[in-house]
Design a binder for this molecule. Structure first.
Ligand code: SAM
Ligand code: SF4
Length: 459
C-alpha cells in the first residue's frame, strides 16, 4: 500500500502518543515527594549524565480558545511574585540532591503558558538562581516559548542577553481573521520584521508553531500559511493537529459554535502542508515536526540519535535527565516520572509548606525501562536493534524480545503495507511507516490496554 492518505486513514485508531513510556495516564498519586527525591539521588549515578531543566510559567493575559496547555489568566503581579519565589524554593529543594559538581546543564527550556509575558526581573532572577546552583555547559541549548504578541526589539534583545539562544514562536496561523476567531492576540510586529530582529540578535535556533483544524481554516488557507512560513525560513516548524477536548477545556466549546473543519478536511490540511514543507527542503521529524537539513534535529535523525521528551524532539547529545519546576511540570528521570500539582494555588501552597509539590508519578521497573528504550527508539529513530538495546541492560536481544512480548505476527500487517522491514537485528521503519509510528510502537507495548477509549486516535 503506497498512498499516504490511505495509510493514515487505515491506521487512524485510538492509541497512546508515547510522549513517555508508560504513558502519562499510568501516573498515580501514591507517588510522592519522597519518591521524587529517591529518583533524583539515583539520577546522579545513572546516565544520561547531562542535566535538562524545564521551567513552567503558567501565566497568559488572554486565553486562546483552542488552548490545551496548563495556563492561568494573569491575576496580579503579587501572584507572579509569589510564584517566582516558589519556583526558586523548589529549584533549591531539588538541586541540593543533585551532583552539580560533576554534572552539567546542557538544556534549559522555558514553557507555559507564556513565559515571555512576565516582567524581565523575574526571568533574570530565575536564570541567576540556576546559574548559581548549576554549571551550564558552554554549548547548552537555552530555549523559551514565546507568544509574538509580546515580542518587540527590546524584548528580543532582553531574552538574548539573558542567555536564551533558541526561541519558539507560537504563530498558529498567519491569517488575522483566524486569530480573531480563536481569541488570540496578534503579533506585535510584522513577522518578516520579527524574524529579522531575532536573527540579528544572534538566536541560533528559531522554531515556529502552527495549528491546523481551527474554525475558518481551509486546506488553501493553511497552505498559504505554510508558504508564508517557508519564506520566513525558520530552522524548525511544527504543525500541531488541533486537539479538541472540550470536556477538559471549557473554552474550546466556543470553537464548536464557529464550526470546526471536518476530519477529512483536517487530514487534507495535514497531507497538503506536509507536501509543501517537505518539498521546500525541510526534513520531516516524526509526524508533524520539520527541520532544515543543517539543524541539529535533522543531523540527529540521520545519525539515529534523536530523542523525545515532554518538551518535544531533541538530540541525545543535548538532552539529559529532565528536572521540571513549576506547576504541572514533569520531571523525567531514568528511574521514573514525577508531575507537580497542576493547580497554581495548590502548587504554591505545597512548595511554601513542603518545599516540593509532587501530585503524581510513576516508578519504572527493570522490564519497563527496557520497553521504554524499545519504544523510544521506534518513535524517534524508526530503527530497533534488540541486541544493542539488550547490551545497555546487560541482557541478550532475545531477552529484550521476550520482555516486550515481541511477535513477528503483530508486525505482519505493517510489513505487507510496506511500512516496516524485519531485519536480522530488529526492525527498520520506512519513511511512510514513520507517519503511523505510534501504531508500530503499540506492538511493542506489553501493557497496552486495547479497549482504547481513553486514548485519542493515532492521527
Ligand atoms: C504553551 S503553548 C505556546 C506558547 C505561547 N503561549 C503561545 O501561545 O505562543 C505551546 C504550543 O502548543 C500548541 N497548542 C496549544 N493548544 C493546542 C491544542 N489544543 N491542540 C494542539 N496544539 C495546541 C500551540 O501550537 C502552542 O504554540
Ligand atoms: S496558546 Fe499560548 S497564549 Fe494562548 S492561552 Fe495557550 S499558552 Fe496562553
Amino acid at each position: 500500500m503506497e498512498n499516504k492518505e490511505q495509510i493514515l486513514l487505515k491506521y487512524n485508531r485510538p492509541g497512546p502518543r508515547y510522549t513517555s513510556y508508560p504513558p502519562a495516564n499510568f501516573f498515580h498519586n501514591k507517588y510522592n515527594n519522597t519518591n521524587l527525591i529517591a529518583h533524583v539521588v539515583e539520577s546522579n549515578t545513572i546516565g544520561p549524565e547531562n542535566i535538562s531543566i524545564y521551567i513552567h510559567i503558567p501565566f497568559c493575559s488572554q486565553r486562546c480558545h483552542f488552548c490545551g496547555c496548563n495556563t492561568t489568566l494573569f491575576e496580579s503581579e503579587k501572584v507572579v511574585i509569589r510564584y517566582i519565589d516558589c519556583l526558586i524554593k523548589e529549584i533549591h529543594s531539588v538541586a541540593t540532591h543533585i551532583n552539580t559538581k560533576d554534572r552539567q546543564v546542557t538544556q534549559i527550556h522555558w514553557g507555559g503558558g507564556t513565559p515571555n509575558s512576565i516582567k524581565h526581573e523575574h526571568i533574570i532572577r530565575v536564570m541567576n538562581e540556576i546559574r548559581s546552583l548549576f554549571t551550564i555547559n558552554k554549548n547548552a541549548e537555552i530555549a523559551i516559548e514565546c507568544n509574538p504578541a509580546y515580542l518587540d526589539y527590546n524584548e528580543i534583545h532582553f531574552l538574548r542577553d539573558s542567555g536564551f539562544n533558541r526561541i519558539s514562536i507560537g504563530i498558529q496561523d498567519f491569517n488575522p481573521k483566524i486569530l480573531d476567531c480563536v481569541n488570540r492576540l496578534h503579533s506585535k510586529l510584522p513577522h518578516n520584521e520579527l524574524i529579522k530582529i531575532v536573527r540579528e540578535a544572534g538566536f541560533t535556533g528559531v522554531n515556529y508553531d502552527f495549528i491546523y483544524g481551527l474554525p475558518g481554516q481551509t486546506v488553501e488557507s493553511f497552505n498559504n500559511t505554510m508558504k508564508q512560513a517557508i519564506e520566513l525560513s525558520p530552522d524548525r516548524l511544527v504543525t500541531f493537529s488541533y486537539a479538541h477536548v472540550p470536556w477538559v477545556m471549557d473554552e474550546q466549546k466556543n470553537l464548536e459554535k464557529l464550526g470546526l473543519p471536518t476530519p477529512e478536511e483536517k487530514l487534507s490540511m495535514f497531507l497538503s502542508s506536509m507536501e509543501i514543507v517537505a518539498n521546500s527542503g525541510y526534513e520531516q521529524i516524526g509526524l508533524d515536526h520539520y527541520a532544515k537539513p543543517t539543524d541539529d534535529l535533522s543531523k540527529a535523525l540521520r545519525e539515529k540519535q534523536l530523542h523525545r521528551n515532554f518538551q518535544g524532539y531533541c538530540t541525545k547529545e543535548t538532552t539529559g535527565q529532565v528536572y521540571g519546576f513549576g506547576c504541572s511540570s514533569i520531571t523525567q528521570l531514568w528511574g521514573g516520572f514525577s508531575q507537580n500539582e497542576k493547580s497554581l494555588g495548590k502548587y504554591m501552597q505545597r512548595i511554601e509548606t513542603e518545599g516540593l509539590a509532587v501530585e503524581r508519578g510513576y516508578s519504572l521497573s527493570f522490564n519497563e525501562q527496557i520497553c521504554k528504550e524499545v519504544i523510544d527508539e521506534t518513535m524517534c529513530n524508526g530503527i530497533v536493534d534488540f541486541t544493542e538495546i539488550g547490551a545497555r541492560f546487560s541482557i541478550s536481544g532475545e531477552e529484550v524480545k521476550s520482555i516486550i512480548g515481541y511477535n513477528d505476527e503483530k508486525l505482519l500487517e505493517f510489513v505487507t503495507d510496506g511500512l516496516l522491514t524485519i531485519t536480522p537485528k530488529g526492525i527498520d521503519v520506512s519513511k511512510t511507516g514513520m507517519l503511523i509510528v505510534r501504531n508500530i510502537a503499540m506492538a511493542f507495548d506489553p501493557q497496552l490496554n486495547t479497549d482504547g477509549d481513553k486514548y485519542s486516535k493515532t492521527i
